[in-house]
Ligand binder design. Structure first.
Ligand SMILES: C[S@@+](CC[C@H](N)C(=O)[O-])C[C@H]1O[C@@H](n2cnc3c(N)ncnc32)[C@H](O)[C@@H]1O
Length: 167
């Protein structure tokens, strides 16, 4: 493994665009029933990395939690929404991320060829039933361990990377 040189922050800055790329507009991750602020901060960093936006409800604690979790110099774009009304109005493809029967396995999920909303569930209760009815498709991340599910920010990040075509 010798000869591997880890890129420094200076290298990374020099290689990236002078101005940060804005949201590319084709991917929107939607943690519509958030519970833990730390997960929103983690998701926001993934959004920045892949050029996605985030749609999140303006619950009293969310703006502050996002500001605290956002360690980026220029944050990713955030849309403040009313979950069910916003979801019902979507013209984009609406993809749920959930452990569900008949779901698409993550490995079979192609890069997004159209604008896509990625709906994430509540950290303890998942995607509510009335929202499941508004999904065009569901993607599941296979697991072989003893845990019942992944952390919501990990699940969302894996799906965002796949849809962005970066993995
Ligand atoms: C901690 S899980 C929710 C728990 C679980 N649905 C339940 O009701 O016990 C939170 C969210 O993370 C996402 N998630 C976690 N693990 C997943 C997996 N293996 N495949 C797809 N989505 C997953 C889903 O959006 C889920 O609603």
């Amino acid at each position: 493994m010798s000869g591997i040189r880890v890129r420094t922050r200076k290298d990374l800055r020099a290689q990236r665009r002078r101005r940060p790329p804005r949201c590319l507009g084709h991917l929107t991750v939607a943690p519509l029933w958030p519970m833990h602020g730390a997960n929103l901060g983690t998701l926001l960093r993934t959004c920045d990395a892949v050029g996605a936006c985030m749609a999140v409800p303006r619950l009293p604690w969310v703006p502050e939690a996002l500001a605290r979790g956002n360690t980026l110099r220029n944050g990713a774009c955030v849309h403040w929404v009313r979950p069910m009304a916003w979801l019902a109005e979507r013209q984009e493809r609406v993809l749920g991320v959930e452990l569900a029967e008949e779901a698409i396995r993550l490995a079979d999920l192609p890069m997004a060829g159209q604008p896509t909303v990625i709906v994430l569930g509540h950290e303890s209760t998942g995607i509510p039933g009335e929202a499941l009815d508004l999904l065009d498709a569901v993607v599941e991340i296979p697991m072989i361990g003893t845990g019942a599910s992944l952390n919501v920010a990990v699940a969302g990040s894996l799906v965002l990377y796949k849809l962005a075509g970066f993995t």
